[in-house]
Design a protein around this ligand. Structure first.
Ligand SMILES: Nc1nc2c(c(=O)[nH]1)N[C@H]1C(S)=C(S)[C@@H](COP(=O)(O)OP(=O)(O)OC[C@H]3O[C@@H](n4cnc5c(=O)[nH]c(N)nc54)[C@H](O)[C@@H]3O)O[C@H]1N2
Ligand SMILES: Nc1nc2c(c(=O)[nH]1)N[C@H]1C(S)=C(S)[C@@H](COP(=O)(O)OP(=O)(O)OC[C@H]3O[C@@H](n4cnc5c(=O)[nH]c(N)nc54)[C@H](O)[C@@H]3O)O[C@H]1N2
Ligand SMILES: [Mo]
Length: 771
């Protein structure tokens, strides 16, 4: 097929043959077809390993295969036969690598030995593990104080590795734990406890079979959690209404063919998903939620009065606030008509058990936490907690992002946890709050941060204001990346830099006591074991756990923690977790032996509210604005979203099948009406500029303008390419989560040959660089 960009409307259902074809293609490209197929069968099975793609749970029902197109892609890129060799590093300077696209970096394959940056030659050179740890330990010890170091975690890291990492860092003396969840579902983790006493979802997968209505707000399950489609298809077959609220009519929310349904596949059939599609404007969700509540409050019979009386407080204040919110405001901000909001409210009122799912379209706004609390309000009005088929369902991203937080990756640790940690190990953990992602970037820019260590992920490319952050990162004394593949974070590095390659989840991990297993927690609080089955990508790789333990020993020579014992036997780490978190993890090892693991206690599921008052709280948010107002005429809100062919900063291809784009990621989706108003034409080149009052010019040009059915004033484009437009200081106050779905911008024709901005830095993954 041609490498030329092409753009056309996608007319087919999502899923189906397209998904199967794409799966076969990536397995072929990464040369994993032979071992890939058997490996796929072990994915998400009780004795196998957990898919490293998304956090959607594995249902108890036993199927021959429990995977999806994007899970297969994640596995294919992890099990690729390609390797980054010494010769590669010897022949390519880091400055040359920096000119390549993210796709190219990723395509070089798996890293196989530790590398050290040599500033004299601008090359990464091989170094021994011992030398790497000794130097990292020495640099950390040489800091004036431990708060000068930043320790990032991305959500693939296992419970065992994350727990030890957090013990190491606290013994070292800081709570600087920037985490990928700070950019993701943190508004859920920080917002929801005020409402229901816990910052996690309250449903389990079997609830989907008992729900009478399902809402999907600001989430694209067909691409980002495809296994969720199985539950949605089943619900539609039971005539359960599904309400989708999204500025983009995502194809899988409209109609879907199950790749695992032979009859549907053979007959090219499909299932209609959304019974009501709400074409909300970007940032209009608060208005929609208040509109639905307004209708409900008109008919007190629709409410669960008994539940409200027995379990909640704050109803009167909420009712007064909702009453004061007028329809004209609701309609203008949401872009929806009152009639549609009334239809949706009627669906919600009729249903005796409703699940509300939501994703980044809710959380990544300046009032993301407050929007999550309004979702909780809506559910509380009808007692949709603690009964079968009902509850709140934040759909998390990384496969263990929830678990990492549960076991200690937290910049604001609770006193109870710190006391337990002290009781277990005897050292005095730091009590001051540490840095989340935004604080870390601020400290880098201010020059107070000196060392950055990344446990997985691609911090530098996932954060806001990337060009500013790149510059700040390169001023650090040392950067360390624990990683499987090359990414931007290895070419944007500190004065000293180390790449420490690790074993991946699909690979076996042999230590002194034999093959080890690790465990993860999915988005519905199920904890399960995972055991890799493939030979590691190279003989010199270490497990993340081993890397943490050796880094800790090199940094804290007199450590009181038995690091060596932990590396020899991971079940001892689980025993330690059980001691530090006795309520959640008692008998961890025993319970993990059950085929599908175990479910962590969730008070709200039992109508036990761990709030100061012991009740669930209706919380008032005045107004309907999800973001700070901006008044410039012609201003638009830009949502940075994922394509179908990427996993966060890992780009699988330049295609976005369901949005009809091939071989291009440097595009902007806009409605025809908005183009006309601005005198822009489809397929022309445009420049997008951020509107802020901070005096910094943020601009990305040379973008192809594509017609897409978005509401007026709303546009979309791809993350991470457009991250230079996202201002660091635009974040949700309660959680620190950057407002990546709501960047205030102007869009202008791009005429100049001189295109200042991001495309000049050579880091974009645009059409010009298609491999
Ligand atoms: N294949 C694949 N799977 C993934 C990932 C991946 O990159 N690729 N990433 C993983 C991670 S870490 C995460 S967090 C999840 C993310 O999964 P999602 O939450 O689905 O993330 P996005 O694609 O960023 O955005 C979701 C939707 O929000 C909509 N949206 C934008 N602005 C608004 C708004 O103001 N209101 C509403 N209602 N909707 C809005 C967009 O149109 C889009 O459909 O997926 C995980 N799974
Ligand atoms: N503008 C904008 N910005 C966003 C978002 C957005 O929607 N818009 N989404 C935000 C969200 S939701 C998230 S979660 C963050 C994601 O931020 P991160 O989690 O930091 O980014 P990823 O791209 O998932 O990280 C991929 C890298 O992880 C490494 N890796 C892969 N597997 C393993 C492994 O098994 N072990 C180790 N040690 N390393 C591994 C590889 O080097 C790979 O390059 O981005 C955020 N940034
Ligand atoms: Mo995420």
């Amino acid at each position: 097929m041609s490498d030329q960009p092409s753009y056309k409307t996608y007319m087919h259902p999502a899923g189906g043959w397209g998904a199967l074809g794409a799966t076969a293609k990536i397995l072929r490209e990464q040369s994993v077809i032979a071992r890939g197929t058997t490996t796929l069968l072990a994915m998400n099975k009780p004795d196998g390993f957990k898919c490293s793609s998304c956090a959607w749970p594995t249902p108890d029902r036993v199927k021959t295969f429990e995977f999806c197109e994007n899970g297969a892609k994640a596995l294919a890129v992890e099990t690729t036969r390609k390797r980054v060799t010494r010769e590669f590093f010897a022949s390519t300077t880091v400055s040359e690598m920096a000119l390549q696209s993210d796709y190219w970096l990723e395509e070089q394959g798996r890293l196989t030995e530790p590398m050290r940056y040599d500033a004299a030659t601008d090359h990464y050179v091989p170094c021994s593990w011992d030398a790497a740890f000794a130097d990292i330990g020495a640099e950390l010890r040489a800091l004036d104080n431990p708060d000068q170091a930043e320790f990032y975690t991305s959500g693939r890291t296992s419970n065992e590795a994350a727990f030890l990492y957090s013990v190491f860092i606290r013994e070292f003396g800081t709570n600087n734990f920037p985490d990928c969840s700070n950019m993701c579902h943190e508004p859920t983790s920080r917002g929801l406890p005020h409402s229901i006493g816990i910052g996690k979802g309250t449903v389990v997968i079997s609830d989907f079979a008992r729900a009478e209505a399902i809402f999907i707000i600001g989430q694209n399950p067909g691409t980002n959690s495809p296994r969720m489609m199985t539950e949605l298809v089943a619900a539609r077959h039971r005539n359960v209404p599904i309400v989708a609220i999204n500025p983009m009519p995502e194809q899988a929310l409209i109609k879907f063919t199950e790749p695992q349904n032979a009859v549907q596949m053979a007959t090219f059939g499909s299932t209609a998903i959304a019974s009501e599609f709400c074409h909300v404007r970007i940032g209009g969700d608060m208005a929609v939620l208040k509109g639905i509540m307004k209708v409900l409050l008109e008919t007190p019979d629709a409410l669960d009065q008994g539940f409200i009386e027995q379990h909640t407080q704050g109803f009167e204040a909420l009712a007064a606030d909702i009453e004061a919110t007028g329809w004209s405001e609701i309609e203008a901000v949401s872009g929806l008509g009152q009639a549609q909001i009334r239809r949706v409210a009627a669906i919600y009122a009729r249903s005796k058990a409703t699940i509300i799912c939501f994703g980044m379209g809710i959380t990544q706004h300046q009032q993301g936490s407050r929007a999550v609390q309004q979702i909780a309000n809506l559910l509380l009005l009808k007692g949709n907690f603690g009964k079968p088929g009902a509850g709140i369902c934040p759909v998390r991203g990384h496969s263990n992002v929830q678990g990492d937080r549960t076991v200690g990756i937290d910049e604001k640790p609770t006193a109870e946890y710190l006391d337990n940690l002290k009781a277990k190990y005897g050292f005095e953990p730091p009590r001051d709050h540490g840095h989340h992602v935004v604080d870390t970037v601020r400290a880098m820019i201010a020059g107070t941060a000196k060392v950055f260590i990344g446990m997985g992920g691609n911090f530098i490319h996932a954060i806001p204001d990337t060009p500013i952050a790149y510059e700040a990162m390169s001023r650090l004394r040392m950067t360390v990346a624990v990683t499987t593949k090359l990414n931007r974070g290895h070419v944007i590095h500190g004065r000293k830099a180390y790449i420490l390659p690790c074993i991946a989840r699909s690979e076996y991990d042999v230590q002194k006591t034999g093959r080890q297993s690790i465990s993860i927690e999915d988005a519905m609080s199920n904890v399960m074991a995972s055991k890799g089955i493939l030979e590691p990508a190279g003989p010199d790789l270490l497990s993340e756990i081993d890397i943490v333990c050796r880094m800790a020993r090199a940094t804290i020579p007199r450590s009181v923690v038995p690091w060596e014992q932990y590396v020899a036997d991971y079940s001892l780490i689980r025993d330690a977790i059980a001691e530090v978190y006795p309520k959640l993890f008692a008998n961890y090892n025993e319970r993990l032996k059950q085929p599908h693991g175990f479910h962590l206690y969730n008070g709200a599921r039992e109508r036990v509210w761990r709030t100061p008052s012991g009740r669930a709280n209706f919380l008032v948010f005045e107004g309907v604005a999800m973001n700070n107002p901006i008044t410039e005429p012609g201003m638009m809100r830009l949502a940075t979203v994922r394509s179908h062919d990427q996993f966060n900063t890992t780009i699988y291809s330049y295609n976005d099948r369901y949005r009809g784009v091939r071989n291009d990621r440097m595009v902007v989706f806009m409605s025809e009406g908005d183009m006309r108003e601005r005198g822009l034409s489809p397929m022309s080149k445009v420049r997008v500029e951020t509107i802020t009052g901070d005096g910094i010019v943020r601009s990305v040009g040379n973008l192809t303008l594509l017609t897409y059915p978005l509401p007026s004033g709303s546009i979309a484009a791809y993350y991470p390419e457009l991250n230079p437009l996202l201002p660091l200081e635009h974040f949700d106050q309660l959680s620190g989560t950057p407002a990546a779905k709501s960047i205030p911008v102007r869009v202008v024709a791009d005429t100049g040959p001189d295109r200042a901005g991001f495309e000049r830095t050579g880091t974009q993954t645009g059409a010009a660089q298609v491999a």
